[in-house]
Design a binder for this molecule. Structure first.
Ligand SMILES: NC(=O)c1ccc[n+]([C@@H]2O[C@H](COP(=O)([O-])OP(=O)(O)OC[C@H]3O[C@@H](n4cnc5c(N)ncnc54)[C@H](OP(=O)(O)O)[C@@H]3O)[C@@H](O)[C@H]2O)c1
Length: 336
């Protein structure tokens, strides 16, 4: 008995997922009485499939040795997915916020064909959350996306499961580690350009950092939380977005004089979907420094609850995907 997994995208996160599944192989078999098997994987140019299951270490060795995960050329991800048998698609191809990218096609194909989906790819979710959720429901399968907001920080499960029965009034969060690193270094006196350069040198910011510093990445996470926690049927265009590029050294110094720091905050509530730099009192849970992500969930019965964790990284993100995979296994334990 097994849950058969296909990984779309075999870069940093895809490889982390293969490694995490291999690391937890025995624990999974013991807990669920069946195996989590990778039966397929593909990257931008190659694919591999075996109904008998693939050894994760072979996939990792293929990728590091040749740059390709498989020896079959990949013509079209959707055609590949529709030619094979599997239970769950792990979609971790590159994010495209304008079109949803190939990830959107992969997810649509999987859900339409009755396969569960686990993804951390924000583009498809920010553009088509409602459509994809309805597709999952219509086909009797699950779509899970814990790692798409806050990486290893389990904000979605916290709100949807642990805080069940609460009214959640709002969520305020630092949901982009790159911006938080830049703002933290500005607290130390660095001008924006220098702090950005340092973030790029340390590998925290992309060569093109525009999605991060213009607030686009945070806005995608606002959309995912608004849909999944508040049931607000919205897309990226519904979020009011201001990034951090206009923040000056003078503004940061003036804030510090009044015991504040400036942080890029995503706010989600039934009244407001917003990304903007805010003044945060030093010592408040949202005044964290460095690349950490943090969120404060404001509830009616429990009051404010804060959670923080690493917002990105190979194994950190893979850990969230693993938890979604196991949740699917748990709810389908009697199948196959
Ligand atoms: N890195 C993180 O910490 C993190 C955290 C949260 C969310 N995410 C999201 O996770 C996803 C993957 O991120 P990553 O850091 O792993 O990116 P990455 O290292 O750039 O890997 C992307 C992978 O996707 C493959 N790919 C490109 N086009 C494809 C296509 N059309 N079909 C299938 N595969 C394709 C690439 O192939 P080649 O190897 O052949 O180039 C590569 O293997 C992104 O959506 C990202 O936003 C990442």
């Amino acid at each position: 008995m097994s849950m058969d997994i296909v990984i779309a995208g075999f870069g940093t996160v895809g490889q982390g997922v293969a490694e995490a599944i291999a690391m937890r192989k025995d624990l999974i078999r013991e807990a669920f009485g069946k195996e989590a098997r990778i039966v397929g994987a593909f990257d931008s140019s190659s694919a591999i499939y075996s109904e008998e299951g693939l050894d994760p270490s072979v996939l990792l060795a293929n990728k590091s040795g040749t740059g390709r995960v498989g020896d079959e050329p990949l013509v079209d991800g959707v055609a590949f997915l529709e030619s094979i048998d599997y239970d769950v698609l792990v979609e971790v191809s590159p994010t495209n916020i304008e079109t949803g990218g190939s990830g959107l096609h992969h997810i649509r194909s999987a859900l339409s064909n009755g396969r569960h989906v686990v993804t951390v790819n924000k583009g498809p979710l920010a553009l088509a959350f409602g459509e994809l959720s309805r597709l999952a429901q219509a086909n009797g399968v699950e779509m899970r996306y814990e790692g798409s907001v806050g990486g290893a920080m389990p904000i979605i499960n916290l709100c949807r499961e642990s805080l069940m029965g609460q009214n959640i009034d709002s969520i305020m969060g630092i949901l982009n580690g790159t911006c938080n690193f830049i703002l933290s270094r500005m607290d130390d006196g660095l001008p924006f350009e220098q702090a950005l350069k340092e973030a790029q040198e340390l590998g925290y910011a992309e060569t093109d950092p525009s999605y991060d510093i213009n607030g686009v990445d945070t806005a995608c996470k606002v959309v995912i939380l608004a849909n999944s926690v508040f049931g607000i049927d919205c897309t990226y265009d519904d979020v009011d977005v201001t990034g951090i590029t206009a923040i000056t050294e003078e503004a940061v110094a003036m804030a510090a004089d009044q015991n504040y720091c400036i942080r890029l905050i995503g706010e989600i509530s039934p009244e407001r979907l917003e990304v903007s730099p805010r003044l945060i009192t030093r010592g408040h849970p949202l005044s964290v420094t460095g690349t950490l992500n943090v969120a404060q969930v404001n509830t009616d019965l429990a009051g404010p609850i804060s959670i923080s964790g690493r917002g990105a990284g190979r194994m950190e993100t893979a850990s969230a995907i693993l938890s979604d995979l196991l949740a699917i296994m748990r709810s389908n334990v009697n199948n196959k």
